[in-house]
Design a protein around this ligand. Structure first.
Ligand code: PLP
Ligand code: COI
Length: 337
């Protein structure tokens, strides 16, 4: 990866050398296997292909100034994948096995980890799929867990520059008591049409409202939502949003910085009251928002064209912990040799 233009990396798929695989057969998980192939052999009747038995995760590893590699809160991703597995009746991978696979995938692809100065990182994509053939609607008896990695830049090409979101009440990403709280492929398939429309309109993502009443803010397509009002960090509580590990971390950091935390249903009208608004997630980190356009009411909520002071502080602190520049008080980071 010499001569790589790290600063303009963007968020996209890239091949790396190795991936890690683990098969579930006859009621047991096998050993971790290292593969140098980027394809899998899959039965045409696999439940992942027909009935959406698929869950994934996203986490990142960072190279520090000290040359050490750090991975952020992977136990949380491992547990969330177990929740997703429960949600769509897949075999649960033990947390330790998930962690071992992630460590191995990072170590085997060390040369792809972007240098400290670049501000880029190694994106880690674990996934779990039903591989057994079924034609009736029921869970598979066999599963494949995989981890692959790739160097990435920011999810929204603007990086830490404010972008716009759009509200379109005609579209839902998840049903009220459905799978919105799990990281399963179906949620993302459901977001493609409106996500595409948003991009075409110059917005970075859709800001979804709750599907039942269209009264409260849920989240963005690929990230949670937060707003800052005075001395308070406000973020939605909802059964149909993904429990973001980034958001959970920002809440701790915000509290430490002296902000009050409100995690509660957030009526969309409250958009008029925030001084700062952001989208947060592993891929998005913090993406500050400069405008939310309510397409149904042709109304816009405008925030600063520069990142706000609290968003900036939170962003800097989170990144400093991830890259090893700030003390890891909460044990969020594991050093991988
Ligand atoms: N919400 C959705 C729908 C996501 O896909 C993601 C990305 O993982 C997030 C929120 C942010 O979650 P996390 O901070 O754990 O990456
Ligand atoms: C992540 O932040 O890891 C995500 O999964 C978001 C998106 C790429 C789906």
């Amino acid at each position: 990866m010499e001569n790589q233009d790290w600063k303009n990396l963007g968020f996209g798929y890239r091949d790396t050398d190795y991936n890690v695989r683990c098969y579930y057969r006859n009621g047991n998980w096998g050993e971790l296997e290292i593969s140098s192939s980027n394809v899998i052999n899959l039965h045409m009747a696999a439940t992942s292909l027909h009935y959406g038995q698929e869950a994934f995760e996203g986490l990142k590893a960072f190279k520090g100034k000290d040359g050490k590699i750090r991975v952020f809160r992977m136990d949380e991703n491992a547990k969330r994948m177990q929740d997703s597995s429960d949600g769509i009746m897949m075999a649960k991978l033990p947390v330790e096995k998930f962690q071992e696979a992630v460590r191995l995938a990072i170590k085997m692809n060390k040369k792809f980890i972007p240098p400290y100065e670049s501000g880029a990182s190694l994106y880690i994509r674990p996934l779990l799929i039903g591989t057994g053939p079924e034609i009736g609607v029921k869970p598979s008896e066999e599963y494949l867990f995989m981890v692959f990695v790739m160097p990435v830049g920011p999810y929204f090409p603007e990086g830490f520059k404010p972008t716009d979101l759009v509200i379109m009440r005609k579209y839902d990403r998840a049903a009220p008591q459905g799978t919105g709280k799990y990281k399963v492929g179906g949620n993302y398939a459901a977001s493609l049409v409106e996500g595409g429309l948003a991009k075409k309109g110059g917005f970075s993502a859709v800001l979804y409202l709750d599907s039942k009443k269209k009264k409260y803010i849920d989240e963005c397509g690929p990230a949670n939502f937060f707003g800052i009002k005075g001395n308070t960090y406000v973020t939605p509580e909802s059964d149909s949003i993904l429990p973001s590990i980034t958001n959970k971390s920002l809440i701790v950091l915000a509290e430490e910085m002296g902000l009050n935390i409100e995690r509660r249903p957030v009526p969309w009208e409250e958009l008029a009251e925030f001084e700062e608004v952001g989208a947060c997630g592993t891929a998005a980190v913090i993406s500050p928002i400069k405008r939310v356009y309510d397409a149904d009411n042709d109304h816009e909520y405008v925030y600063g064209t520069e990142p706000g002071p609290w968003s900036t502080k939170l962003y800097n602190k989170l990144r400093a912990i991830q890259y090893g520049d700030a003390q890891d008080k909460y044990g969020w980071v594991e050093v991988i040799d």
